[in-house]
Structure formats: C-alpha cells, structure tokens
Design a protein around this ligand. Structure first.
Ligand code: DGL
Length: 277
C-alpha cells in the first residue's frame, strides 16, 4: 500500500509557526503536521541532554504519525539536538527518515545581508552558548565577524503573549543595546530564534536606521524547496492535499489562541500527552 506522508515541523512551542507560515506559503500543496512542545517550553535554558531528550521524543512522535521528513523549526533544538539525532539515532533506528534544522540554511546565506561584514546574532542562551552560529557562519563566510547576544526574557514574553505590551520595551531595548555596544559596525541583526519575529515591531522602534533585521522564515522555506527538488524520493511520498494538522503537549485551547497570532490564520490543535518529566 502506498501510504502518503506529511512533513513534520517541530518547535518547543509557538516559535516554529513563524517558519511554518513561510513554508506553507511557498509549498502549499503538501500535508504538514506541526508539533509544539508547549508543556516543556522554553527550551532555551535547559542542558544539552534535556533538549536532546525532549527533541528526540517529539521527533519520534512525528515519525510515528507518518512524517518521514521533520524540520526542527527551533534554533535551540537545532543547536543542541540535531547533530546527535542525525548521527546517532537515524542511521540505527530510522535509516529512511530525515531531520533538518534551521542553523545551516541560515548560515549559508547570512553573509549576503551585511555590507560591513559584521552581523549580530540574537538567540536563546542555549543557542548562543552552543556557538553553532559562530562555527557555521565561519564555514561559509570566514570574513564576516559575528557578535552574539542571548535574550533570555524574549521567549517567555512571546510565549505569554506579552510581547507587544509596553512592559516588553525594557527587555527589547536592553538586549539590542547590549548587542550594538559590542561593535559599532553591526549593520544586520539575525533573529536566531523562531519566536523573535513576533517582536519585530518593537525591535524596529529601537534600531538605528542603518541596521537591518533578518528573520529565518523565508530562508528556511527556500532551503526546503531546494531540498525537496534534490530529494524526489522523499518529496514524492508526501501527500498533496494541502492538509495542516496542529498538535501541542500543552493546553489545546490556549495553543489555538496564541498560535493563530504566530501563524496568521485560525489554528485548531489537539493535545497529545508525551512522557512529561
Ligand atoms: N523557538 C526556539 C528557538 O528558535 C526557542 C524557544 C525556547 O527557548 O524554547 O530557539
């Protein structure tokens, strides 16, 4: 029997929906399953081991739903779990399945967005401490200087839907100023956390005019378009009814309300119960 697959999209919570929105715009024909691990979010301050365990559990759940290809639409999970899943788990347990992250496709193009060859990267503590962006950008653009800034308060602001509240101004300004103080030449800031695009209106108010902002939605979507062209053996197995299903480990009604803001369209989700520790 020829069972049609879905493409899995995973994030610790709502952030991956900013990437999923771009993917669904570019590739509307495919069937997708989005899973947000809201019950255990945020991931940003958890250890490598914990992020790996949580991410693997969610990826295996998506595999069990018929997703041969899963996108980790989360920088923290991409930084802390992707390599181990790709190198240790897939070859042994799931040789036909694929898991892709968001860091490499971003690093491949980011150098094209700076004239001063100096960029700022804003992310969770986990992403920043992993130094994944320093390492990956250096592979593609060794001439580009990268300054990093962790923004531990931004994901909680977004997850709690307080990101456009006047109270958010303090933390938006604080982290932007801390980053820009590191180097006057920064002319492009990469939002290296899929939650951060929700803060763009506030960030823009605080930015000097010569500094541009770069999100990851379109970058990751373009890279997926290319990946599926290069891998027809995977693309041909994905169902093309344009179905989108949403699942959360948290409260489904709360998820629906917040997720529709991130996704820009109504979202109806189902709660699933993982082995919550
Ligand atoms: N959206 C995730 C990212 O891109 C971060 C969320 C978290 O800390 O859970 O890094």
């Amino acid at each position: 029997m020829n069972i049609k697959h879905s493409i899995g999209v995973f994030d610790s919570g709502y952030g991956g929906l900013t990437v999923f929105k771009s993917i669904a715009e570019k590739l509307p024909q495919y069937n997708y399953i989005y899973f947000g691990d809201n019950a255990r979010s945020p991931y940003g301050d958890h250890s490598f081991d914990t992020v790996y365990q949580y991410t693997l559990e969610c990826v295996e759940w998506l595999f069990a739903q018929g997703c041969q290809l899963v996108i980790l639409a989360c920088n923290t999970a991409s930084a802390k779990a992707l390599r181990s899943i790709q190198q240790k788990v897939l070859p042994v347990k799931y040789p036909n399945n694929r898991v892709l992250g968001v860091i490499r496709p971003t690093a491949e193009v980011v150098g094209g967005f700076t004239s001063s060859k100096t960029i700022g990267v804003m992310g969770t503590r986990g992403t920043v401490n992993s130094e994944s962006y320093l390492i990956e950008i250096n592979k593609f653009f060794p001439e580009v200087k990268v300054l990093q800034q962790s923004c531990p308060m931004w994901v909680p602001l977004v997850e709690n839907n307080e990101h456009l509240d006047p109270g958010a101004d303090y933390f938006v300004e604080k982290y932007i100023n801390e980053l820009l103080d590191k180097d006057n030449n920064i002319d492009c800031i990469l939002l290296a956390c899929t939650h951060y695009p929700l803060l763009i209106p506030k960030i823009k108010e605080m930015l000097p005019e010569n500094v541009s902002l770069l999100g990851q939605g379109d970058i990751v979507a373009n890279s997926l378009v290319q990946y599926l062209k290069n891998h027809p053996e995977i693309a041909s197995k994905v169902g093309v009814e344009g179905k989108k299903s949403f699942f959360t480990s948290g409260d489904a009604e709360v998820f629906n309300t917040h997720a529709s803001i991130f996704f820009g369209a109504d979202v109806v989700s189902e709660r699933i119960s993982l082995n919550i520790r």
